[in-house]
Design a protein around this ligand. Structure first.
Ligand code: ADP
Length: 625
């Protein structure tokens, strides 16, 4: 089924939203954006991941005359996007270097015949003089509905995803001034926004800036004790059957962690740039196409992953910045259902991260910026207030600070006046010569006569044994927070030993108070009910015991396998969840489920109704699972 006459004015945006996409209401700014572009205006859309950007250009492309051209740097994603559109009954295709000459010319022929409603193209292809001339012909004979420039932050030299060809996209405006352009990005910072406007000549475009809050993501930071045990406890308690991403800093750690998880019975796969590309692609494919696969990865994994039901992102190592943290955790819960962002972190992470920054061969200026970014992230880790608020404030946005969706709001953090212990710790660093690590410094404070203490005669120092009233765990917490807050610096020339910083002097002189968070003892603690994620999350986890949920998912995977597409292209989890809750008994009722448009109703309605009926009648479908 196709919608060749969508451009007739009688077909409204709402009708199209309902009939094609199967949704009843627009989200956030979607309606305003769609109406603006349909009317021929240029737009710059800033919306977080999962906000629903695709619809903002797909719908106007269907409503306006001609074909919508979507520029995207993510070649690997185009296939899935086109599959998803075709499932909706939309005539869509892509042109990029992955196609053979023969396949590419077949698509070009379709384009010239006016048989395409949406075409995805890689920027290199779009900018070829021959392709631009072809577009001129198309514009003349058939019409171009719009140009969508996806991942528009790729014009920015300062971001990670800089693509020089993106800067040449101004040619679109020069050669097709009458065709509306819509640029989209999930990058939140103001500088990038200014650069997009400037580089793409979008000064006249209306800007639509959404909130960057991700209310369905629960942020949690936990102190590292035994990271593997902590990770497994988290997975067992909350994500026994879920797909998720675990980020590690090094390739070695990625492989070790994936191996260990596998040995513990988890379906975990490694992903990093050092793996053979065939293994990498196979692992990514399994993650996308199967249910419940865990990917253990370096940050090489993520760009262009639009799997909607990633239920958790775990960090076993620190990200490099708040931007990195936001982007990496943002891959969870694109479908709007509850998801977790979980991180474990300790002093060792701060030391190794600082070491990495200092030893890199970047310019001093760049290192300075990177240090500041890391400091902001450390501040976030140690903060005692709402994490949604801290993240949004970093990106210049307000939040009232009562999210009920982060560890600090769910279990308020106790703080304590640590001025005196901080003075003891700092003076111990000073007296031992500013070159020892935390283990030795703690031994001195606790008054332990170890061989090292004797060797350096540290038992003769005035700080020897002055910290006996404080437990070793608490000292480790004090040192970690002093380093994170910048009162202590790691000295790379002294193998990571600690030294005083400028800010430690006022503390030593008694001019500054130091308040620290009181760590919860991790080792002998069970995962508390509050920490078990949002209430909604619990009900989501309970689904795993529901035979109907398994039966619906089994039907979805069966259909996906038949067609060689990812399961979420058939139906999203949220659509299956609604079927489970509303139990439609007829095609009319099925058509009211969010995510069931006309094409999908015709193709899959009966099959899913049959599953619902069978389970209601007690038919055992477990052999299908
Ligand atoms: P983004 O590109 O901004 O990350 P997507 O376009 O992939 O987000 O959309 C995220 C999810 O939200 C998708 O699963 C999409 O189908 C869904 N979605 C988008 N708009 C709506 C809407 N109006 N109603 C219900 N679901 C929607």
């Amino acid at each position: 089924m196709t919608f060749t006459n969508l451009s007739t004015h009688s077909f409204t945006a709402h009708q199209c939203l309902h009939d094609v996409f199967g949704y009843t209401t627009f989200r956030g700014e979607q309606q305003a954006i769609v109406e603006h572009v349909v009317a021929g205006g240029d737009a710059l859309v800033l919306m977080p991941t999962g906000g629903g950007k695709s619809l903002c250009y797909q719908l106007p492309a269907l409503l306006r005359n001609g074909v919508g051209i979507v520029v995207s740097p993510l070649i690997a994603l185009m296939q899935d996007q086109v599959d998803a559109l075709q499932q909706l009954g939309v005539q869509a295709a892509f042109l990029n270097s992955s196609l053979s000459t023969h396949e590419a010319s077949a698509i070009t022929a379709q384009l010239m015949r006016g048989d395409l409603q949406i075409l995805y193209v890689a920027p290199e292809r779009l900018l070829m003089p021959s392709f631009l001339s072809l577009l001129e012909q198309i514009e003349h004979n058939i019409g171009i509905a719009l140009f969508a420039i996806d991942e528009a932050h790729c014009v920015s030299q300062w971001g990670h995803d800089f693509r020089p060809e993106y800067r040449k996209l101004t040619v679109l405006h020069e050669r097709f001034p009458q065709v509306p352009r819509i640029a989209l990005t999930a990058t939140a910072d103001a500088l990038t926004r200014v650069e997009i406007v400037e580089r793409l000549k979008l000064e006249q475009a209306r800007q639509f800036v959404s909130s960057f809050d991700r209310p369905n993501i629960q942020y949690r930071v936990t102190q590292k004790a035994n990271a593997r045990q902590q990770l497994e406890a988290f997975l067992e308690a909350e994500h026994a059957n879920d797909a998720g991403i675990i980020y590690c800093l090094s390739r070695r750690k990625v492989e070790e962690t994936a191996d260990w998880l596998k040995s513990r019975g988890w379906d975990a796969l490694p992903y990093h740039a050092g793996l053979d590309s065939s293994i990498r692609n196979a692992n990514q494919r399994r993650f996308l196409r199967e249910e419940g696969v865990i990917i253990v990865a370096t940050i090489a994994f993520g760009m262009g992953i639009d799997k909607p039901n990633v239920r958790f992102v775990a960090h076993l190592d620190l990200p490099k910045s708040m931007e990195g943290y936001y982007q990496e955790t943002g891959r969870a819960g694109r479908d709007g259902l509850p998801a977790n962002a979980w991180m474990t972190y300790g002093l060792g992470d701060v030391v190794s991260m600082r070491k990495m920054l200092d030893s890199g061969d970047a310019s001093e200026e760049r290192k300075h910026v990177e240090r500041q970014k890391l400091d902001a992230l450390l501040g976030f880790c140690e903060s005692t207030t709402c994490r949604h608020q801290t993240i949004l404030r970093y990106f210049g946005e307000q939040h009232d600070g009562k999210c009920d969706q982060c560890d600090n709001c769910l279990t308020p953090v106790d703080t304590w006046d640590a001025t005196q212990p901080a003075q003891m710790a700092l003076s111990c660093v000073y007296r031992t010569g500013q070159r020892f690590g935390v283990v030795h410094l703690t031994d001195v404070l606790l008054g332990k006569t170890t061989p090292k203490v004797e060797q350096f005669r540290h038992h003769q120092l005035s700080t020897f044994g002055i910290g006996k009233a404080i437990s070793p765990q608490q000292w480790s917490s004090v040192f970690r927070q002093l380093v994170a807050a910048g009162y202590l610096e790691t000295d790379m020339d002294a193998f990571g030993g600690l030294r005083l910083s400028e800010t430690s002097r006022p503390v030593l002189r008694g001019e500054t108070e130091v308040w620290l968070r009181r760590d919860i003892e991790v080792s002998n603690r069970k995962v508390s009910k509050v920490e078990r994620g949002a209430r909604a999350k619990e009900s989501y986890a309970e689904l795993n015991n529901d035979p109907l949920w398994h039966a619906l998912k089994a039907k979805r995977i069966e259909l996906a396998k038949e067609q060689g597409v990812p399961p979420y292209v058939i139906f999203h989890d949220s659509t299956l969840l609604e079927m489970l809750n509303l139990r439609p008994g007829s095609l009319t009722e099925m058509g009211k489920i969010s995510g069931v448009g006309q094409a999908k109703l015709t193709r899959y309605g009966d099959e899913f109704l049959q599953v619902l009926e069978e389970i209601a009648n007690g038919v055992d479908r477990s052999s299908y699972f």
